[in-house]
Design a protein around this ligand. Structure first.
Ligand code: PBG
Length: 334
């Protein structure tokens, strides 16, 4: 027998491109965006170099750029001027996130009217940006996050986001039963077409650190009574199964890079599209290493996102979405 020579398939860039098993494409990427109330200029997020809290005007520009780049979607987060115990700014039609959703809806519709594809408009369906205590749910009289009282609030948030024009609501709070309650509320309000992207296996993670600056989070303590423990794979499968049973249209694993096994497991059992969120800390680490000259920024960014796709993500939420789309445009798809 002659020596097997797998290296033959690596001889030239054209050959490597031909046999690539995984490719990046702008349509698979979703850009998270922050819109902040009461500012007149965008505010840079220092722990996420290159990312900002948008004004309504610069949000519109960013969504326009996302449409032009052919991105799959945008995921909006709101930073309100005022917060309270139950997060009322979240379901106020004039609340910052719902205003932002209306802007994104309009920009995307304009793109479609001009012959483009638009983008899928997604909204974070959670209370942490809107509560004065920073938790993802409302608190009971002993200060614990009250699962079932929170569900009522999520239903109201989801309906408000749908009314503002969201294509997708994305419950990220890890309350039990959240998908079922949101589905029921959307259907009852006449939004049977609005899609639920469930943060199914969301782990309590140190990698959310920079995001807390991005949304000026008021959180004291941690989210370990509702977000999952990093030790647990099987429990991630259970969470995904429950969300699928409750009617999730897409499921998500978050963070991405340190949870590729969970991602592969969810992809294996899911019969709906699977998303992964490359979170703020994953972004910040590569940016920091690159800023120090310790890593080839572009190569590391592409490798990190390719790894997430290879593990099984159909859709990747990444703060580099626009930039990656630009690179793919230059070079042809990777
Ligand atoms: C909660 C939410 C968080 C992120 C997305 N949605 C923060 C948290 O759970 O503490 C983190 C995203 C990131 O770190 O990029 N609404």
């Amino acid at each position: 027998m002659t020596t097997p020579r797998p290296r033959r398939l690596r001889t030239t860039p054209a050959m490597r491109r031909l046999v690539a098993e995984t490719r990046l494409h702008p349509a698979d990427l979703v850009l998270p965006l922050f819109v902040r109330e009461g500012i007149t200029e965008p505010v840079p997020i220092s722990s996420m170099p290159g990312q900002v809290q948008h004004t309504e005007a610069t949000l519109a520009e960013a969504v326009r750029a996302a449409c032009a780049a052919g991105l799959g979607g945008v995921m909006l987060f709101g930073v309100p001027a005022r917060r309270d115990a139950t997060g009322t700014a979240g379901d106020d039609p004039e609340g910052v996130l719902n205003r932002g959703v209306r802007i994104a809806r309009q920009v995307s519709d304009e793109s479609v009217a001009a012959g483009g594809a638009g983008v899928v408009v997604m909204a974070d369906t959670c209370l942490d940006e809107f509560t004065d205590h920073g938790h993802c749910g409302v608190l009971d009289d002993r200060g614990r996050v009250d699962n079932d009282a929170t569900l009522t609030r999520y239903a109201a948030l989801a309906v408000a986001q749908a009314m503002a024009g969201a294509d997708v609501v994305a419950p990220s709070g890890m309350m039990d039963g959240q998908v079922a309650v949101i589905r029921e509320a959307l259907d009852a309000a006449g939004f049977a077409d609005v899609t639920i992207l469930a943060y199914s296996a969301k782990y309590a993670s140190a990698y959310y650190g920079p995001f807390r600056e991005a949304v000026d989070s008021a959180l004291q303590g941690d989210r370990r009574t509702y977000q999952m423990d990093a030790s647990n794979y099987r429990e991630g499968m259970r969470e995904a199964d429950l969300d699928l049973d409750e009617g999730a249209d897409m499921v998500m694993v978050k963070p991405a890079g340190s949870y590729l096994d969970v991602l592969a497991g969810v992809a294996e059992r899911s019969d709906v599209p699977v998303a992964a969120y490359q979170v703020s800390g994953e972004y910040a680490m590569i940016e920091a290493a690159a800023a120090n000259g310790w890593i080839d920024r572009r190569a590391a960014v592409l490798e990190s996102v390719l790894g997430i796709r290879r593990a099984g993500a159909d859709v990747v939420l990444t703060y580099w979405a626009l930039e990656i789309a630009g690179w793919l445009d230059e070079k042809g798809t990777k």
